[in-house]
Design a protein around this ligand. Sequence first.
Ligand code: DMJ
Length: 639
Amino acid sequence: LLPLSGRRLPPLNLGASAFPHHRATLRLSEKFILLLILSAFITLCFGAFFFLPDSSKHKRFDLGLEDVLIPHVDTSKGGKNLGGFLIHGQGGHDEHRHREEEERLRNKIRADHEKALEEAKEKLKKSRDEIQAEIQTEKNKVMQELKKKDSKPLPPVPLPNLIGINSGEPADPDIREKRNKVKEMMKHAWDNYRQYGWGHNELKPIARKGHSTNIFGNSQMGATIVDALDTLYIMGLHDEFREGQEWIDKNLDFSVNSEVSVFEVNIRFIGGLLAAYYLSGQEVFKIKAVQLAGKLLPAFNTPTGIPWAMVNLKSGVGRNWGWASAGSSILAEFGTLHMEFVHLSYLTGDPVYYNKVMHIRKLLQKMDRPNGLYPNYLNPRTGRWGQHHTSVGGLGDSFYEYLLKAWLMSDKMDTEARKMYDDAIEAIEKHLIRKSNGGLTFIGEWKNGHLERKMGHLTCFAGGMFALGADGSRDDKAGHYLQLGAEIAHTCHESYDRTTLKLGPEAFKFDGGVEAVAVRQNEKYYILRPEVIETYWYMWRFTHDPKYRQWGWEATQAIDKYCRVSGGFSGVKDVYSSSPTYDDVQQSFFLAETLKYLYLLFSNDDLLPLDNWVFNTEAHPLPVLHLANTTLSGNPAYR
Ligand code: DMJ
C-alpha cells in the first residue's frame, strides 16, 4: 500500500530507448530474459490494479487552514469493508454521490463560518455590561450543571438509633420558665442576625451588619446559620430552622476562592450539617456536609498526612498559620477531626475520611512524648514536634476531648482511643493539675519544662470531659474523675464569681496572691464563650446537684444583662469593669453552644441522652454508632 503522502516508486520505462545497445543483436537468451521481465511487469500491473488504494475511496476537503481526511467506510450501500479495504460495486454512481456530499458539506461549513462571524459582529456591538451579563448567565448555567452533578444522591445507609429527639420539657414551672428565657434569648440572637447579618458569617450587633474573621476566609458562608441549626431544632423553633435550611439549600456554595480554617470549618460546618441531618432527616444537610468535606481533603496532602491548618476551598492549596511554631500544624486542630470524619465515612460508605483521621492517630502513637505529654505543635513536613508547649486549653483542648469521644461514639468499641485518652489524662494530672493555696484545683500550661499557673476560659471545658470519661476509666477511678470534674467546675465558677459582671475572663492566674482572677488587661474579656456552662451541664447530667442549675442561671442572667443589646448579643471587653465596652461581635458559637448547653441544663435528661448522643466540640450532637462485633474498617459502610 502506498500512503498518500508517501513517495511513489519511479515508473518502469520499457519503451524503445530502454535497451538501445541490445536492439540489433537480440539473442535467444536475451529474448528469454526480456520475456521474463515483460511477464514480471504484467504481473505487477495486474496486482496493482487490484491492490492499490483507490483515491476515490478518500474524501479530501479543503477547509482553508486545515486538510481533513475522512476515510470512507460506508458498508451500507453495496460496499464491503474488508478489514480496512473498501471494495465498491457501483463505481461511477458512488463517485457522483461523493461529489454531491462533498459539496453539501463545504456549503454547510461555509454557512457555519458566516454565522459565527455575524454573531461575533453582533457581540461587539453590545455594551461591556451586556457582554458581562451574558458571560455571567453562561457561568451560572455551568454552576447549575456542576451543582446538579454534585447533588447526586448518596448511597442509603441505615441510620443509627436516634433516641431522644423530643421536647425534654421539665415539669417544674420554675425550670420551665428558665428554659423559656434561654429560648427567648436564642430568638433575639437569631432574629437580629436574620435582619442585619443574613448570609454573613456572624453579626455585629451594635453596628447592625455582617461580620467575619479569617477562620472563614473571605467568603460569606452563613456560619451562624449552619452553627445554629440544631439549637433551633431542639428548641422547637421550626420556622427559623426551615429558613436556615432554605438558605443552605439555595446559597451555601463551597466552590469559592477562599482560604478557611480546616478545624473551624470541620467543627462548625460539617459538625453542624451532620447534626442537622441526623435530627431532621433532611438529605440536603448530608449532601452539603459531604461536598464540603471533599473540599477539605486536599489539606491532607502533606509529606506526613498531618493536614495544613488552612486550605483554599477552590485551589486546594494548604498552608499553616504564620504564628505557629516552626511552620507547625496545631494539635487541637488536626486532632479534632475524628468524630465528623468517621460519620462521613459511615454515611457515604467511602473510607477516605476514616483513613485520613486514623492515619493521624497512628502517626501520633509512634511519636515520643516528653513526660507523656503531647506538645501543641507538630510540623507536617518533618513529622517532628515544634515547641514543647502543652495545654488543655487553647491549641490542645479538643484533641483530648476527641480521644474520649471517639471511644464513646464507637459504642465503646474503639478501645485504642480510650487508651490514648487514659494515658494522656494520667500525664496531664501528674504534670499540669495543681491546687492553689486557696484550695482551687486548676490546670496549668506546660512551657519548655516549666508550669505556668494560668488557666484559660477554654480549659474550663475539661471539667465536663473528666465527668464524661469517668465511667470506663482505668483502674475504675470513676469517682476520682467525677470529683476532678466537680473541682474544675468549682474553680471556673469562681473565675466568674470574682468579677464585677459575673462573667468569666479569658484567662486567670493562680500566682502571687491571685486566685482565679485575670491580671493582664488583654485577658479580661468575655466573648460569649460556652466552656464553663458546658461543664455545668455535664456535671448536672451526672450528679443532678442543683448548684449546677443555679450557676447556669447566674450566667444566663449575667449574659442577658451585660451582653444583650437591641441588635443581638455582644462580647464585653472587661468583666471587672462596671461600665463595660462591647466588642460588637455575636459569635456563631454563642448560638451553637452557649445557648444550647443552657437550654439542655434546664431540660429533662431524656432530650439527647448521653448514652446515645456524643456532642462534638462545637456542641453539635452526633449519634453513637453501634458497630458492635465489627471493626470500623470491616463494617460494610466502610468498604
Ligand atoms: C468553639 O468554637 C469550640 O468549642 C472550640 O472547641 C473551642 N472554642 C470555641 C468557643 O469558645
